[in-house]
Design a protein around this ligand. Structure first.
Ligand code: 5GP
Ligand code: ZN
Length: 119
């Protein structure tokens, strides 16, 4: 059921403290931690604590929490001092677009020049 923890989900395990992560921010509804394989000097993942499969599902099932994820992404950019230079918020959606963990997450990338379009 939407929002319920999934036993086989890596990010649900991070929320539960069963898998360690370098947490940079936490709110009542969200958790933000550094990506294990960073693609930029700042590469933080912001996730809802509740399980939703992707960003669109999150927005449909829990719109306030989708807003919380975006607000926290902006707070991370401010905290990491990438706000003025620009940063990117990415939601890979579907395996064909590179989604490998099917628990909604925003990538917050910054600290280097970011080309457009991405690959
Ligand atoms: P996706 O490819 O689904 O958009 O993003 C999943 C991200 O999770 C990848 O960037 C990957 O490096 C990161 N990741 C995978 N396993 C772990 C882990 O155990 N800990 C952390 N912190 N990040 C992870
Ligand atoms: Zn999950």
């Amino acid at each position: 059921m939407a929002g319920e923890p999934q036993g086989d989900c890596l990010f649900c395990k991070i929320v539960a403290g069963e898998v360690p992560a370098t947490v940079v921010r936490e709110s009542e509804t969200t958790l933000a931690f550094r990506d294990i394989n960073p693609q930029a000097p700042t590469h933080v993942l912001v996730i809802p604590k509740a399980h939703h499969t992707d960003a669109a599902a999150l927005a449909a099932e829990a719109p306030q929490i989708a807003a919380d994820v975006l607000r926290e992404a902006g707070e991370i950019a401010r905290q990491e001092k990438t706000e003025d230079d620009g940063y990117r918020i990415v939601f890979n959606t579907g395996a064909g677009a590179g989604q490998t963990v099917f628990h909604a997450h925003a990538h917050v990338l910054g600290g280097r020049g970011l080309t457009w379009p991405p690959g």
